[in-house]
Design a protein around this ligand. Structure first.
Ligand SMILES: [Zn+2]
Length: 382
């Protein structure tokens, strides 16, 4: 599967840096948990190394280092009003970077952000193409709205070629065609979803799906979905199945906290939908904790770009303590586990020097992630 790719100008030389302290480091095979090493970490020629380069003069740093954070649900190129211009895209990506987010899976954008690949000072982006939705069945200006659901597999194949190994499908949304009886409903039938996911896989892409509703999940699991966004409608059997099959879920606590507002706004016009959202709102944290307890891989994501601010991932991760996770577990999810899942490098000999340094130990206190001291991107301090 395509995922992380070596981007252009990766041969940029960067700076000579020497970090003294503790850092997450992988010595062995991919998949093995990295260990925390105490000692010296060198950055030169744009890569990290345990060995100094002969004759090099190093600028010295100290602290606790991890590979850059990854936000897997981060819409660079979008605001609540739809597509944004390049200057705004730059501001968004810069805010992410300054928060220590050096890798982004954009989870859908109505704009072409490929120009960012040429920008040495902006995070690396793995694109999902454009959200695939249906008319009036998602936020306006975001998705490509397919008139007929039968168009989905073909459009998925097209988006797979445009994106960087990922396609984003909107799985469910309120269907306002039923007046007061309107509720969250799947956008696509089972056969269409199966063909669409097969089309993505044939084109070397994985599929992630926006879903709040319960009724969507069996279809997604049957169709071989790769990844689930929000997942608030999953029941215990579906959670167990996702865990068994290694399908990760992005819990987006900051975003689903808004369900109460969604319910209020729907109010009297759509009472059934409002009740659905209010019911989930009442147990969202408990629900996402069930994912963690069942052993589902949780992916770090904010849904920045609509209601959420860019750079809010460290705040999202701090909230994960409410899911019963320790700082150490959260840090694992937020660093090497998500990078392995996306096929992106972690800190190991010769790996790209995308590193964030903190003044104290994030394994002891996850809120430390909210205070990065030094951000090193492509081997240079930003
Ligand atoms: Zn989103």
């Amino acid at each position: 599967m395509v995922g992380y790719k070596t981007l252009k100008r990766e041969d940029y030389m960067g700076e000579n840096l020497k970090l003294r302290g503790s850092f997450q480091w992988r010595d062995g095979d991919a998949g093995a948990a990295p260990t925390w090493v105490e000692g010296e970490l060198f950055v030169h020629d744009g890569v990290v190394s345990r060995r100094p380069k002969q004759g090099a003069v190093y600028r010295e740093l100290s602290g606790f280092a991890i590979p850059g954070l990854t936000d897997v649900h981060c819409h660079v190129g979008v605001s609540s009003a739809g597509a944004v211009d390049r200057e705004t895209q730059r501001e968004q990506a810069s805010a992410d970077r300054d928060a220590g987010i050096l890798l982004i899976r954009d989870c859908g954008a109505p704009t072409d952000t490929h120009w960012i690949d040429e920008e040495l000072s902006l995070p690396k982006i793995i694109r999902c193409g454009q959200h695939l939705a249906r008319p009036k069945r998602y936020m306006r200006h975001y998705g490509l709205e397919l008139e007929s659901q039968e168009e989905l597999p073909e459009e998925v194949a097209r988006q797979a070629k445009f994106g960087d190994g990922w396609v984003k499908i909107v799985g469910d949304w309120i269907d306002r065609s039923e007046g007061a009886a309107s509720d969250l409903k799947p956008l696509w039938g089972g056969d269409v979803m199966r063909d669409a996911i097969a089309a993505a896989h044939e084109n070397g892409a994985r599929v992630t799906v926006h879903t709040f509703a319960h009724d969507t999940i069996d279809t997604l699991l049957d169709a071989g979905v790769d990844c689930i966004e929000h997942g608030t409608g999953m029941d215990s059997d579906q959670i167990a199945e996702a865990a068994r099959r290694g399908i990760p879920v992005t819990p987006t606590l900051l975003q689903i906290e808004r369900f109460g507002d969604f319910a209020d706004q729907a109010g009297e016009k759509y009472p059934v939908y409002a009740a659905t959202m209010a019911r989930m709102d009442a147990r969202n944290v408990e629900h996402q904790a069930e994912l963690a307890a069942a052993g589902v891989q949780l992916l770090p994501g904010t849904d920045a770009g609509g209601y959420q601010h860019h750079g809010s991932l460290p705040v999202e991760l701090a909230r994960w303590t409410e899911l019963g996770l320790s700082a150490r577990e959260i840090l694992d999810f937020a660093t090497w586990r998500v990078r392995d899942y996306l096929g992106a490098p972690v800190l190991s000999e010769g790996a790209p020097a995308d590193v964030v340094v903190y003044g104290s130990d994030p394994r002891a206190d996850i809120t430390v992630l909210q205070r990065p001291e030094t951000v090193i991107l492509r081997g240079a301090v930003v």
